[in-house]
Structures are given as C-alpha cells and as structure tokens.
Design a protein around this ligand. Structure first.
Ligand code: NAD
Ligand code: DAU
Length: 339
C-alpha cells in the first residue's frame, strides 16, 4: 500500500503519519506539504528516519508539481489534510483559503483521476454544519445536517466537500469524507485555543478569551481522530460522509481554567477580549454512524487528553520556540494588541 498524505507537516497530518508508521509499518508513506507558517519540518524528524517515508515540499495548488509527484509515485490512496485551517486568519484574509482549500483540493482530485487511485479521502470539519444554539443540548450535527457555514474558512471547507462529492458523482472518483470538531494534542500550532493558552500561561502572559468564553466546542484527542480516519479508509463505504466525535463538549472558559489549574497558574491571567466576528456558538457531533458502521470509538477522555497534551508541550519547549519565533510574534501583535 502506498499512501500519499498532504499537509503532513501540520498538526493532524503529522499525527496521522506517526500512527501509520507504528500501526501499518509495511505501508509506504509519501508526504506532500508546502511548509506554510503552520508547518514545522522538525515535526517530521523521526518520520524522516524511516525508509518507508518520503517527503516532497510542494503546493497542492501547483498542478504541474502535483502531477509530477503522482507520475513518479503512483499512490494507491490519497488523504488530504493540506489546508489553511485557522478561522481568525480567514476573517483577515479569505482569498488564500479559497485557493488552497478549494482549488488545491480540485488539483489533487484531478491528479487522482488522471493517474487512478483506490481512494481519495477528504479531511473535513463539522464547521460546515454551522453552529447549534447554546440552550439546546439535545441537538447534534448528523451527516445529513444541511451545510450552513459562518466563516470564510468553513465556507471554503464546505465548498471543497461539495466538490469532492461532485467528483464522485460526475467522474466516479472513489471518495470518502470525514468531518470532525476540534482536535487537540501534540504538534498543534499555537494559534489555536489550547496550545496558545498553554504557551501564554507557561510564560505568565494574559490568556485572551473571546467574548465571555461561553462558546462550546466538542473536543477529540488527535490520536483518536487519526484512528477514525484509518477506519474510514479501511472500512468506510465509497461516496459516504462520516462524522467523528466523542461527546466531549466544553465551554472555552472551562478549558482555559483547566489549563491554568494543571500548570499551577492564577486565574487572574484570564483576559476577556473582543469576540470573534460571526463566532459559532456550539459544535456537537453525533458519531453514531462511524461507531456502528466502522466499529470506531474514541478512547481518550478529555481529562486524560489535556494532561497528555500539557505534558507534551512542557517537554517540547524547543518545538514551541521554533513555532513562536519570527512571523508568529507579528501575527500575535496584529490579532491581540488592544483587542
Ligand atoms: P494545520 O494548519 O496544522 O496544518 C495544515 C498543513 O497543510 C500545514 O503543514 C501546511 O504547511 C499545509 N499546507 C497549507 N497549505 C498548503 C498548500 N497549498 N499545499 C500544500 N500544503 C499546504 O491544520 P490541521 O489542524 O492539522 O488540520 C488538517 C485538516 O483537518 C484541515 O483540512 C482542517 O480543515 C481539518 N480539521 C482540523 C481540525 C482541528 O481541530 N485542527 C478539526 C477538523 C478538521
Ligand atoms: O470544528 C473544527 C474546527 O476547529 C477546525 O475545522 C478548525 O481548523 C480548527 O481551527 C477549529 O476551529 P475553532 O475556531 O473552533 O478553533 P480555535 O482553536 O481557533 O478556537 C476554539 C474556540 O476558542 C473558539 O470558540 C474561539 C475561542 N478562542 C480562540 C482563540 C485562538 C478564544 O477564546 N481565544 C483565542 O485566543
């Protein structure tokens, strides 16, 4: 089996690569990543030591470059993690989200059609379903919940999903899509809530909570998510969408207070700042289809996962330093100064 993983130098893609190296040691893994600000090539240091791992620095929008990789490698399966993934950045600059998340996905699928693959898997998000009200805990996102997006990011991901389904219906491309809510764990870039709060708390900097911190997200430990994607590849039905989740809903303020308590830092570091524009209220996944049809279920409860995550960041200060030097400080200043 030869699997091509795009976006493998980012958060979830790298965790997926490490899962494959340990769980499917005979598979050949081809990683394609443009190494944007969100990537850290050192994340893949251990993978680079494996003879079953090959890395290409390439942009999924570059048709000639992508075709050349397919021509050389002829992958059996493609899993597309490559994306612009941060909602706040999409509010500042939507265009790159449309280019990478929509056009990039089309370029990859065109290569899949040209060279032939057994499966194209699109890593999607539950943000395509919009949000749920805070006072209706009985409501969840199902696979047939209508697409109803809020941000340029979620709109670009929804557009990509629709394109994937169009390539299946029109060209018969063998596709699957998984949709997931918020992941947390090792190697997540510190622009996202959990690593940003760990980084700031560790350095005794203010913790910027948007609005009143009451928005709810449904958290999944990244390794559980990666097992879910593997289950979709091996047991999923072509043409289908699978929601992956584990009923771990938490309000943002609860997460922030948990991080402070774990790190032994005071709650006085919490600073309430201007809310995100169009801020989605609540995400909550119904994962029963994946559980029933794939036999998949997450195994890491949030209380354990957050401890594993905090310990990982404590032990990887050099990795965090690489991510937060240079460009990151400019981004942080722009997003949070006087907010
Ligand atoms: P990330 O931002 O950490 O990593 C994205 C990776 O893609 C980076 O390595 C980056 O260099 C690469 N990339 C970006 N543009 C590229 C391009 N044009 N060509 C090639 N490579 C490019 O993202 P993540 O959090 O790992 O998310 C991975 C996927 O999962 C995304 O599609 C995202 O929408 C989806 N997702 C993320 C979450 C989450 O909580 N993080 C939840 C659900 C779905
Ligand atoms: O639902 C899946 C999505 O989860 C993925 O598709 C996205 O790629 C991923 O970034 C994530 O989107 P969110 O917007 O939910 O994640 P983020 O970490 O940016 O924010 C989580 C919550 O925390 C959200 O309600 C906004 C809030 N927040 C975030 C930051 C960065 C703050 O209060 N302060 C902050 O500084």
């Amino acid at each position: 089996m030869k699997i091509l993983v795009t976006g493998g130098a980012g958060f979830i893609g790298s965790n997926f690569i490490y899962l494959l190296l340990s769980e499917r040691p005979a598979w050949k893994i081809i990683c394609v990543d443009a190494l944007t600000y969100a990537a850290n090539i050192h994340t893949l240091n251990d993978a680079m030591k494996s003879e079953n791992f090959t890395f290409y620095k390439e942009d999924i929008r570059n048709r000639a470059g992508i075709d050349a990789i397919f021509e050389k490698e002829h992958p059996d399966v493609v899993v597309n993690f490559a994306a612009e993934s941060h909602v706040d950045r999409s509010i500042e600059n939507p265009e790159i989200f449309l280019e990478t998340n929509i056009i990039g996905t089309a370029v990859l699928m065109d290569a899949c059609r040209k060279y032939g693959v057994e499966r194209f898997h699109q890593v999607g998000t539950d943000e395509v379903y919009g949000d749920l009200p805070l006072d209706r805990p009985d409501l969840f996102f199902h696979e047939d919940t209508p697409i109803h997006t809020s941000s340029p990011y979620s709109t670009s991901k929804a557009s990509a999903d629709l394109l994937v389904q169009a390539y299946h219906r029109t060209y018969g491309l063998p596709v699957t899509i998984s949709r997931r809510s918020n992941n947390y764990g090792p190697y997540q870039f510190p622009e996202k809530l959990i690593p940003l709060m760990i980084h700031n708390a560790t350095n005794d900097k203010p913790l910027p909570v948007y609005g009143q911190g009451l928005n709810v997200r449904d958290w999944l430990y990244v390794k559980d998510h990666c097992y879910g994607i593997l289950a979709v590849l091996e047991k999923g039905k072509v043409g289908e969408v699978y929601n992956l989740g584990g009923h771990n809903e938490k309000a943002n303020i609860e997460i922030v207070k948990t991080i402070l308590a774990e790190l032994g830092k005071p709650e006085s570091l919490i600073t309430y700042v201007t809310d995100r524009k169009g801020h989605d209220l609540r995400y909550a996944i119904d994962p029963s289809k994946a559980m029933k049809e794939l036999g998949w279920a997450p195994t890491t409860m949030f209380g354990d996962g957050i401890k594993l995550t905090i310990n990982w960041y404590r032990e990887h200060t050099e990795w965090m330093r690489e991510c937060t030097s240079g460009e990151y400080m400019k981004y942080y200043e722009k997003m949070y100064h006087n907010r």
